[in-house]
Write a protein that binds this ligand. Structure first.
Ligand SMILES: Cc1cc2nc3c(=O)[nH]c(=O)nc-3n(C[C@H](O)[C@H](O)[C@H](O)COP(=O)(O)OP(=O)(O)OC[C@H]3O[C@@H](n4cnc5c(N)ncnc54)[C@H](O)[C@@H]3O)c2cc1C
Length: 428
């Protein structure tokens, strides 16, 4: 047990917002826009220098399919679709309806990969800056949620580490989109890492991008454990490759060791591509993600825990706020396991609002990959189109809670679903 010391300090109070969103990844950005478009004052707090989370600082892509399991019908619309349209204005996207599988955009994977969305991650940063500004969201980059003050089961204030030091803000409703459920954990909500029984999460991977690939020569999927996905730019690919196991994204020592290991893996993966893959002989690394790609960290205990059965049967919840169709993509949790996509999913499955509502904190909503679900069930719903849909729903729900002066748990579900449908979200 490490020693502890007392720490007491007066810190600046930066004011009140209707809604404060912590974490500016795909879920957080959509939550902030969803709340701001409900005419609420919104602060979005992000620890890195850019919005987009794994899609930008993690260089992850493409956006996985936004269609049902067989790739026949779109199942995600709303803000995800608006982001795709904005990217098109910069010529920085291959729209999902234009891409089929297997292809160079899916690293020659066929199953579950029809209609992915290839995008340029710098353009996405620009698009998300503009969309949050247009919606009137106040954004604080380089600012990290560190703690909260709670009373009677509610968050009273959140403490942020801004570049100028610790500061505090407060809100009627908080939305935790940190991807690690930092706010929920600090507020005392029960959380578990990865599989609840073992506490082992899915592995981590450091994405990188190469350019100079000659597409004409690259006609077959290479039989190597390195997957390269073509971006909208000629000859430019995002690379997903080896894995670092049992990383605790809530522990600095674990993340430090993992990131150093993953950096070495980038070099190994690049050499495999360059030396053993037709078309990649002249490829150069053009960028390596600044942030390690963490597939899974904490999940919260919420009002409803999505089970594997819900995803395989397609349980149609009355309080559904999103639907999705991507396969249960559970990577091996150790080097003794192999394979993913072991369990078949329903044609489409549903996300209930209750899985975003934590047990034990009355003014908090959680959106993104940390919602209340079994680890395997998160295998598909953690993908970016789905977490954007969750974020949008969380933002709209927070807006309703503020307007109706009720807790997020008690918002009117019919009203929430009506607004989401008006915003082109797909719930059926
Ligand atoms: C290796 C890998 C490959 C993947 N492949 C794909 C793919 O091909 N297609 C696909 O669609 N999805 C893919 N995913 C899944 C997808 O990228 C994530 O599940 C998704 O980005 C989750 O979104 P999120 O908003 O919940 O969290 P994140 O994207 O993790 O965003 C969380 C944000 O919160 C910020 N943050 C964290 N802590 C704090 C704090 N304390 N205070 C303030 N800010 C904080 C982070 O900087 C980040 O910006 C992959 C993920 C990984 C890791």
């Amino acid at each position: 047990m490490k020693k502890s010391i007392p720490f007491t300090k007066e810190i600046p109070y930066y004011g009140h917002f209707d809604v404060v969103v912590l974490g500016g990844g795909p879920a957080g950005v959509c939550a902030a826009i969803g709340a701001a478009e409900s005419k609420k004052s919104v602060l979005l707090v992000e620890t890195t220098g850019m919005l987009g989370g794994m899609a930008t600082s993690g260089l992850v892509g493409p956006f996985m399919t936004c269609y049902d399991r067989e790739g026949d019908t779109p199942v995600v619309g709303g803000l995800f679709r608006r982001i795709v349209e904005k990217l098109a204005e910069y010529n920085a996207v291959c729209k999902p309806e234009e891409l089929d599988s297997p292809s160079i955009h899916t690293s020659w994977i066929g199953r579950y990969h029809r209609h992915v969305t290839a995008f340029n991650s710098f353009a996405l940063q620009i698009v998300l800056d503009k969309m949050t500004q247009d919606a009137g969201v106040s954004v604080m980059l380089y600012t990290r949620f560190v703690d909260c003050i709670c009373k009677n089961g509610k968050i009273q204030k959140v403490v942020l580490s801004a570049l100028e030091g610790l500061v505090a803000v407060d809100a009627d409703v908080y939305i935790d989109c940190t991807g690690t459920a930092d706010v929920a954990a600090a507020a005392g909500v029960y959380t578990y890492r990865g599989e609840e029984e073992s506490n082992v999460p899915q592995p981590a991977t450091l994405f990188f991008e190469v350019s100079g690939v000659e597409d004409e020569g690259y006609v077959e999927r290479p039989e190597i454990p390195v997957k390269a996905y073509r971006t909208p730019q000629d000859g430019r690919y995002k690379v997903n490759h080896y894995r670092v196991f049992d990383v605790d994204a809530t522990n600095s020592e674990s993340m430090t060791n993992a990131h150093i290991k993953a950096r070495k893996q980038v070099l190994d993966a690049y050499r495999v591509l360059r030396d053993k893959t037709r078309g990649f002989e002249k490829a150069e690394i053009t960028q390596v993600a600044p942030v390690l790609g963490v597939r899974e960290s904490r999940h919260i205990a919420g009002k409803y825990k999505i089970t594997v059965g819900d995803v395989t049967n397609g349980t149609k919840f009355n309080d559904r706020i999103a639907t999705y169709g991507y396969g249960m993509d559970v990577h091996p949790r150790s080097d003794k396991e192999s394979g993913n996509f072991k369990i078949e999913v329903a044609e489409r499955y549903y996300i209930p609002y209750r899985s975003l509502i934590p047990d034990g904190c009355d003014n908090l909503i959680v959106a993104g990959k940390t919602i209340s679900c079994e680890s395997q069930a998160a295998g598909g719903l953690r993908c970016m189109p789905c977490v954007m849909a969750m974020g949008q729903a969380a933002g709209v729900a927070a807006g309703l809670a503020v307007t109706d002066n009720c807790t997020p748990e008690n918002v009117n579900i019919d009203q929430l679903q009506t607004i989401l449908r008006e915003q082109d979200a797909i719930l059926d």
